[in-house]
Design a protein. Structure first.
Length: 267
């Protein structure tokens, strides 16, 4: 298979996702409004109840808005990863991906193109949200905006891989939308996105351990430390390992032979 074919495939998938994003302007607005509500409205109510002490990577006391900014960035990646995978269910059944999965191109490359497309669109929304955060007084270090880029990319790949794995096991759009709610909200709320884990431990020991084993928690901590020019090695290793596992599971799930047999069975 010539290199040109791989590049044409990558360009086609990326262009399709970009055009879909441009034509769905409300998708961009909704991706920003959701975390902005937490940053501006909910943070005002929780600020007094959830005082944040001096914890790494912070060197001094911080506002609640400052603490939740990395978690809200990951919230954007989480919702976009799942929404991008939702489109995969449609494309696989009656769209362009159905044709691509039957092509001679390796499935690993097709899924990689999809993951990169989701990640790049998510990054644009994350940096737009960070820019809005500056307007309300949440100002991470300028160099942190550069240092956090690899962490955001890895997190986007992780969440996209989880979404693609789920989409490989679900055949109908209606079922996938329901499963998303059972994945997105537990992953987000049972993590360190909105509150430190030591606060969780004060109220519930078992819930603390659930949050500690949540891969989204480690993705949030990876982004949090990177945003303040520090590396959380434990979070990095766990995020890398989890990304590799779910990417492999997604790759195994998108089996053209199994899909073809399912299609014949429906007929």
């Amino acid at each position: 298979m010539p290199l040109k074919a791989y590049l044409i495939c990558f360009n086609g998938v990326l262009k399709r996702e970009f055009l879909r994003f441009v034509h769905q302007r409300t998708r961009f607005l909704s991706a920003l409004i959701r975390p902005l509500l937490w940053l501006v409205v909910f943070a005002a109510g929780f600020r007094a109840a959830l005082g944040v002490s001096i914890i790494p990577p912070y060197q001094t006391y911080i506002t609640y808005e400052t603490f939740i900014l990395p978690g809200l960035c990951c919230m954007i990646l989480l919702f976009n990863g799942m929404q991008g995978s939702l489109s995969m269910v449609y494309d696989r059944e009656m769209g362009s991906m159905k044709v691509l999965l039957m092509s001679p191109l390796p499935r690993a490359w097709l899924l990689f193109c999809k993951l990169v497309s989701i990640a790049l669109l998510s990054l644009a929304q994350v940096y737009a949200f960070i820019a809005l955060g500056w307007l309300v007084g949440v100002e991470p270090p300028l160099w942190g905006l550069v240092a956090v880029l690899p962490a955001l990319l890895l997190t986007a790949f992780l969440l996209g891989a989880i979404g693609l794995f789920l989409s490989s096991r679900i055949r109908q759009l209606e079922n996938f939308a329901g499963v998303m709610n059972f994945v997105i909200f537990p992953m987000f709320f049972m993590s360190s996105a909105l509150y430190p884990l030591w606060k969780m431990r004060e109220s519930s020991e078992w819930l603390y351990w659930v949050c500690s084993f949540n891969p989204f928690t480690h993705a949030v901590e990876l982004v949090r430390f990177a945003l303040y020019l520090e590396l959380n090695q434990t979070a990095l290793l766990i995020t890398l390992a989890t990304t590799a596992v779910f990417t492999l599971l997604a790759l195994l799930g998108f089996n053209p032979e199994r899909m073809a047999s399912n299609t014949r069975g429906k007929g």
